[in-house]
Each structure stands twice: as C-alpha cells, then as structure tokens.
Design a protein around this ligand. Sequence first.
Ligand code: COA
Length: 260
Amino acid sequence: MEFATLLFEKKENYVIVTLNRPEKLNALNFQLFTELNEAIRQIELDRDIKAVILTGAGEKAFAAGADIMELHESDDITGVHFSQYGSKVMLRLESLRKPVVAAVNGFALGGGCELAMSCHIRFASENAKFGQPEVNLGIIPGYGATQKLPRLVGRAKALELILSGNMIDAYEAERIGLVNKVFPHSELMSKTVEFVQNMLSKGTLAVFSALDCVLSAEHLPYIEGLEYESRMFGKLCGTYDFKEGTKAFLEKRKPNFKGE
Ligand code: COA
C-alpha cells in the first residue's frame, strides 16, 4: 500500500508501520493522521495481519509531536477539531484488538509521546527521549496525555512531566513504567520483531482475547471485568488451539497452533 507520510510493510503475519517525515522529525500533520487512520482500517480488515510494529523513520525521532506549523494556524474554534481528530485516530489505534508495539527510536515528544502511549507495548532505543513539551508552546497536550500518562505512570509523575514540559531519557521512562524495555539503538528493531514473532507463535486467539480483556477492563467495573474474562476463558476452551495446547503439554511436545 502506498502512503506519502507512512511506510506500510507487510511481513508474514504482522506489519511494520513507519512514520515517514524524517526531515521534520516525523511531526504529525493532518495528512499523516489521515493516512494512519486508513492504515489502521486496513489492519482491522486484513486477517493476515495479526500484530503491528509502529516506528519512526530516520535516526533521530519516533515523532517530535504535532506539526507546529499546522498547529500555529489554529484558533479557539479550530483548535478543538485539531485535538479531536488526532485523538480519535490514536484511540482507534489503542482500541485495535491486535497487539500494537511501538519501537521508539528517538524523540517521542508531545503527540509523539501520546502516539507511543496509544500503542499497547513500548520498546525504546537508548537514545529515545520522552516528554510533553506543550506548555512551552502555551498549550496543553491535545491527544490524550492528560488521560493516558497518569494511567501509565501515576498522577504525580504525569503531572511532573506535563506541567514542566521537561524531557526524560529512555532509562527514566523505563523506570517510571512509560517504556517496557530499552535496547541499544542498533538492536531496537530486531528485538521488537523477535518479541512480536514469539508472541505470534502462541495461540493467537488467546493473545487477541487476553488483549481484549485488558483493554475492556478500562471501561468495565471490576466485577464485570472478571465476568467478561470468565466468558472469554470459556470461549477459548472450545477452540482447537486450546485442545492442541493442552494435549501438546501432556504429550511433552511443542503445540502446533492454528489460530482456530
Ligand atoms: N512540528 C513541525 N516541525 C518540527 C517539529 C514539530 N513538532 N519538530 C521538529 N520539527 C522540524 C524543525 O522545524 C526542523 O525543520 P527545518 O529543518 O525545516 O527547520 C526539523 O524538524 C528538525 O528539527 P530541529 O529542531 O532542527 O532538530 P533539533 O535536533 O535541533 O531539535 C527537538 C529536536 C525535538 C528538540 C526540536 O525539534 C523540538 O523541540 N521540536 C518540537 C517539539 C515539540 O514541542 N513538540 C510538541 C508539539 S505540540
């Protein structure tokens, strides 16, 4: 599939989506959001795609935030739409029932940090930097950081980052739980691919269902979330993969999952 601001590389059972405006540090403009929305639609529809890796082109950035050139044109009316559009695309990514793994290869600032937070898992290279620098521009985060960051790292750390506009490095991001793991820059992609391939070697129905339960828990009261999990557990007990997985264990061999 051809996009102007994204690379969309389909592999055997996953896709690598690369934000591709390296000369602007992959700043998120309207066209990029529109294309990302279309890419997500394709991922939803394509049964061969079972996981997504999201990364940035070039050596310096995952994404350095919303495109400030476009943002500068906003006023008190259009600013709402500016925020809502990006937020909607990110929510769609976050709501995908296929695992989305961010490979954060450099700056993840403002909207870039919010986009990384919209992924289900985040790996970062040693040179990655995270932050919500919007207060430096006289605004607040507009693509969900005030909601996403406290959920990930707790309110105090989230407020520290959002109110100061300060950047943190990859290891600090890992320490506070914003990033799952840090790798040397040269190994980021291979380690991310390795993680995805290992995940997809399991029963994929189970992987999708576990993701669904965790994401659904955000919107369900605790008791209903437990009930939802039990129903999903029961459903999986009726699958080929469950019979095969348990049989393989008992026969002391590797399972041959079919995703059915
Ligand atoms: N929107 C639009 N363009 C951006 C951008 C953004 N968010 N971030 C970087 N760019 C552009 C720069 O304008 C520059 O373009 P030019 O070469 O045409 O002048 C190019 O990307 C390279 O950026 P530059 O600032 O020269 O790189 P640097 O290494 O000196 O600094 C940053 C890197 C990330 C510290 C700096 O670019 C920056 O602070 N960016 C804005 C971050 C931000 O505030 N994001 C939140 C937006 S709401």
